[in-house]
Ligand binder design. Structure first.
Ligand code: HEC
Length: 337
């Protein structure tokens, strides 16, 4: 993969991205397990893994029923709430298209590294993502796909998963079973290297709540990594979200397969752009801090690759080539002073 194609791929990806846009289970208050039947969508989700809904007395179910006004919402208000928190408007297809197009340019973009359940215990700390209540960390990869996906306890008060998709364990990210998925052709390692090459088992979509839902300041969670629905507020915006790091840093959505699967490293300028993006910013505010990473201004840094930096230097206009207008102005300013 050549560097120019990589950068043009990233530019295309950024254009796409602005367009739509374990521990505490069973703490002190363990309630008896709710063994009532799981919703149909949970049964056929294919996510496999252990069945926590029948997992014994340590399982504390936290129903979506408790969100906001609970049963006091009118049906219209409920629809509005669910649209904001769970509806993707079909953008899972758009994101898949983005993965395919970027993959064709040699830029791997995929979401299962971000969803990897082994990251659940410190997801909020690392990325500002809000863990969805009524989930727990997987203890093993799904047998059919090899994916580590958070395990849902099921919820009979949940809106129709056929419309809203299934929850992923991260508030605002929804997964939809992919009808084009063919288990015989599935190869997780090949997919992560080039997501364009294989149809994944799920498409991942994003609801507004991904960036807009965080803790209720009047009722914050005891443990930020394990909030309950009653600890969440959808109207303030998630000021903790590290969007840049989600994509180019530890979230490993883009280039997640590099460095043996560890994602971009310290030597990559994109990593630094992601890591220094202010929490809670997106779109135009994303790059406002260009004095930090502006490669023609910042102090040479051994952590960035020499090749890329020296190319930037060569393209910087020299003093002699600056426009005559600015040098005239400077000269006249010095004669008048
Ligand atoms: C990728 C993250 C992200 C997603 C997804 C997202 N937003 Fe936002 N939104 C933001 C950020 C960040 C701001 C604040 C921008 C600023 O103030 O500069 C914002 C601001 C807003 C505002 C202005 C709020 C105000 O107080 O001025 C509205 C309204 C809004 N978003 C609606 C939506 C809707 C509707 C959706 C879903 C269709 C959505 N957002 C999805 C990140 C996101």
């Amino acid at each position: 993969m050549t560097k120019p194609s990589r950068m043009s791929g990233v530019a295309a990806l950024l254009a796409l991205s602005v367009a739509p846009l374990a521990g505490c289970w069973g703490g002190g208050e363990a309630k008896p397990t709710d063994t009532s039947e799981k919703p149909a969508a949970q049964k056929d989700s294919g996510s496999g893994g252990p069945d926590y809904a029948k997992g014994g007395s340590t399982y504390v179910k936290d129903s979506y029923e408790y969100y906001g006004l609970g049963d006091k919402y009118t049906p219209e208000q409920k629809k509005g709430r669910d649209t904001w928190i769970m509806w993707t408007g079909g953008n899972q297809d758009f994101f898949r298209l983005g993965s395919v197009k970027a993959g064709q340019l040699g830029v791997p973009v995929e979401y299962f590294r971000l969803l990897d359940s082994r990251g659940r215990p410190d997801r909020f700390k690392r990325l500002g993502l809000i863990n969805e209540p009524n989930f727990r960390m997987a203890t093993e990869p799904d047998k059919a796909t090899g994916l580590w996906l958070d395990q849902w306890g099921g919820d009979s008060t949940y809106p129709d998963t056929k419309v809203y998709g299934e929850p992923t364990g991260i508030v605002g990210l929804r997964k939809f079973p992919n009808p084009k998925f063919d288990a015989a052709k599935w190869d997780l390692a090949a997919y992560q290297k080039n997501p364009a090459s294989t149809e994944p088992p799920f498409y991942v979509g994003m609801a507004c709540a991904f960036c807009h839902m965080a803790f209720n300041p009047l009722n914050p969670p005891d443990d930020p990594e394990n909030p309950k629905w009653e600890n969440l507020a959808a109207n303030l915006g998630n000021q903790f979200l590290k969007e840049g790091a989600v994509f180019f840093g530890d979230g490993k959505v883009v280039f997640g397969g590099e460095n043996g699967g560890r994602g971009l490293g310290n030597e990559d300028v994109l990593f630094h752009m992601g890591e220094t993006q202010q929490r809670g910013t997106s779109e135009t505010s994303r790059l406002s801090y260009d004095f930090i990473n502006n490669r023609t201004r910042s102090t040479p840094c051994s952590c960035w690759s020499r090749g890329r930096r020296s190319r930037t230097r060569r393209s910087r206009p020299s003093r002699a080539r600056r426009s005559p207008r600015s040098s005239t102005r400077r000269r006249s300013a010095s004669t008048t002073s």
